[in-house]
Design a binder for this molecule. Structure first.
Ligand SMILES: [Fe+2]
Ligand SMILES: [Fe+2]
Length: 184
């Protein structure tokens, strides 16, 4: 314990807070931990992960690293688009009065998949490689914005069981990853 010096004419640095008051409230057991992410939380988390991968691709210097990030981006997006189409979009069509928003999402997936196919057949250093990854990232950015700002809020309002859908999305993703690992 530090003793106070008698020469302290300056303003006191610490007024000696009461011990109990310094203890921060524990937040460890808040309900956040136990909450199961629903379909929207799950998909939004995937969106953030892919955005990070695009950022890493852009800052990567070596062709090896670029290729690694591009492979991950293509794999993640293939799985993400497939599980959305299989598990989220069909009940979304039924739940929404106007399902044009889902039609649009499917068409956006198709054009993303076309670009993904091209990127998978290329290597860093090939003509247009970086440009194709860039255009894919812009395309995905636009698509994600529409999902998060239009489709997902409408789904929340529709009363659809998003927790059950979240479970199915997770299970299907695991299944697809296992199938891909077997093929390798
Ligand atoms: Fe999507
Ligand atoms: Fe999505």
């Amino acid at each position: 314990m530090a003793r106070k010096s008698k020469t302290s004419t300056q303003k006191p640095k610490s007024a000696g807070r009461p011990r109990g008051a310094m203890k921060p409230k524990s937040v460890k057991n808040g309900n956040r931990r136990s909450r199961v992410p629903d379909a929207i939380a799950f998909l939004e988390n995937e969106h953030r992960e892919v955005e990070k991968l695009f950022e890493s691709f852009e800052t990567a210097r070596s062709e090896n690293k670029k290729e690694g990030y591009a492979d991950r981006i293509c794999l993640e997006l293939r799985i993400h688009t497939q599980i959305e189409e299989e598990i989220l979009y069909p009940p979304a069509r039924e739940a929404l009065d106007d399902d044009f928003i889902v039609d649009e999402a499917v068409v956006e997936h198709d054009s993303a998949k076309a670009l993904i196919g091209q990127i998978e057949g290329m290597r860093p250093g090939d003509d247009l490689y970086d440009a194709k990854v860039k255009v894919l990232s812009e395309h995905i950015e636009h698509h994600v914005e529409e999902e998060e700002e239009e489709l997902f809020p409408q789904l929340r309002e529709s009363g659809i069981d998003l927790v059950a859908l979240g479970e199915r999305l997770r299970e299907r993703k695991d299944e697809l990853l296992a199938q891909m690992a077997q093929r390798d």
